[in-house]
Every structure is written in C-alpha cells, then in structure tokens.
Design a protein around this ligand. Structure first.
Ligand code: PAF
Length: 285
C-alpha cells in the first residue's frame, strides 16, 4: 500500500485507474471500517482510504484533541485488507488557508446530530467535498452507523452533480450488539457492559413499529426513559422515515419498510450514536 500526504502525488498515482473506490475515515480503524474497505474493493479497481481528523467538524469542548490517532495500527489494517492507497493529508494540506467557504447542508443538518453538535454537518460536508475533489473517486463508501451523515453526503453528491456513487455499508456490531465505534475505546469497563443497551432499546422500538404500533412519540418517550433509568444522558431517540429522515405521521408508520430509529446518548463522558431499520433486511439506503 502506498501512502500519500500530498494530493498531487495521489492524483498522479491514480491516473491509470478507471474506477476509484474511496473510503474517507478519521482513522482509529476497527472492524467496521475494514468492512467498508472490503465493500469498496468490490466496487472499484483501485481502493483509496483517507485518514484525516477533521477539526472543522468538532465543536468547542468536543474530543478533537484526544481523538485517538493510531496511524501505525491503521496502516497495518489497511494493508491486510489490500487497500491500494492511503491518503493521509496534514492539516496544512487540507486547509492551507483558513477555510472560509463552507458547505451549508439542508435543514436536516440542523436536526438530530446537528441539533446537539451545531456546525457538525457543515464541517463534514466541507471536508468530504474537498476530499472528493482531491481523490476524484467514482464510488465512495459510507457506513450506515452514521445514518444522517450518509443521507446528507448522498444529497450533497446529488445536488452538486458530483457524479460519485455513494454506497452504504451495514453497521458492524460486537456480539452483544454494540455498534463498533472509535469512541467505544473511551468507555470504562462498567460503561462498556452497559453500552449494548442502546442497541437493544432501539431494536425494541423498531420491532414494535414493525409489529404495528403507531404511537411513535410514546415509543420514543419509553425508550428515552429506559435509557435514563440506566444512567444514560439521552440527546434523542427519534423515529424517522426514508433517506431524508423525515418525521413520519402515525399513518406512515403503518408501512414500516423505510422506518429508521436513531439515538444519541451519553454514558459518562462518552457520547454514542446508533440506529436500526424497522425492517432489518432492507437494502442499504
Ligand atoms: O465518518 C467519519 O469518519 C467522518 O465524518 C468523515 C466522513 C471521514 C469526514 O471527516
């Protein structure tokens, strides 16, 4: 695997390839990221991963400084997966001058994650657009774990006519259901034992909808209360529908095929997010 710190060198190396599949990451790679690499392999003749901890998407007081940076282990994992090229730009390469132009996402960007992390999706979209312009892939792979990010990036790609196919990859979970995340490493042993409850609670809400319950607000409230009872500080539990994550009416819940239940909550100092489909085998959207 070749590593590039400068976009111009990466562009030269990519010139012979016809279909570049790209996986942007912030590093500290786990099995969930490696699954993205494997999916990318099936979509392109060259697979490029990027590792860049993007300060634009972290708010004041968030974990930018302590975000785990594990480049040697990450490189080894990418090598094992047969990734062809790693783009690991410096801050200077990505933001040689202060980034004054930003992508402003649609109102969905101010909901759910955006409501609790103001400016998060501006930062994500801005860096993803820059990475797309530097790597110039034909395909890019994003995880369903960050469901709102997936939808917003897909919308940006369509509305700016970027001509990049966005492929979604299923969330990878531990045997106890906890979605793999770089932030799981912050959990104490006791918090790690409690953490799978988030997925269980979401699954229960989703199964209730699939079984015919339509009182979405009551289901959300029950889920929030259960998490709070077990020491979680809940940002949101939200039942949404479709790729635009719109708020469903009770009648809409009668067709649960594209209903998604999302949550974000803190255990101690660690904020976890997760989501599940009401009908789990649905094709990735
Ligand atoms: O999902 C992430 O790791 C980041 O938000 C991304 C897409 C790499 C942009 O920094």
């Amino acid at each position: 695997m070749q590593t590039f710190h400068h976009a111009a060198d990466l562009a030269r190396a990519l010139a012979p390839y016809r279909r570049v599949a790209f996986v942007p990451t912030m590093g500290n790679l786990h099995e969930g990221h490696l699954a993205l690499m494997r999916l990318a392999r099936s979509h392109g003749d060259a697979v490029v991963a990027s590792i860049f901890v993007n300060r634009l998407q972290f708010g004041p007081g968030e974990d930018f400084d302590r975000y785990p940076r594990t480049m040697d282990a990450d490189r080894a994992g990418l090598e094992r997966e047969g990734v062809d090229m790693l783009f690991a730009p410096t801050d200077q390469e990505m933001y040689p001058v202060p980034q004054l132009f930003r992508v402003r996402p649609p109102p969905l960007g101010d909901e759910l994650e955006g409501a609790f992390r103001p400016g998060f999706f501006d930062g994500v979209c801005t860096v993803v657009l820059k990475l797309f312009n530097l790597v110039r892939p034909q395909v890019a792979v994003f995880g369903k774990k960050d469901r709102q990010q997936l939808g917003i990036v897909r919308g940006m790609t369509q509305q700016f006519n970027l001509g990049i196919e966005i492929v979604a990859s299923e969330t990878v979970r531990s045997a106890d259901g906890l979605a793999l995340s770089s932030r799981n490493g912050y959990l104490s042993a006791a918090e790690r034992a409690e953490a799978p409850r988030l997925h269980r609670v979401l699954r229960r809400v989703a199964d209730a909808i699939a079984a015919g319950r339509r009182d979405g607000a009551a289901l959300e409230a029950e889920a929030r209360a259960e998490l709070a009872r077990h020491g979680w500080q809940v940002d949101y539990v939200a039942i949404r529908q479709g790729p635009e994550l719109r708020v469903p009416s009770p009648e809409a819940l009668a067709s649960p095929a594209d209903v998604i239940v999302l949550a974000a909550a803190k255990l101690g100092a660690t904020r976890l997010i997760d989501n599940v489909d009401a009908v789990p085998s649905r094709a990735t959207r």
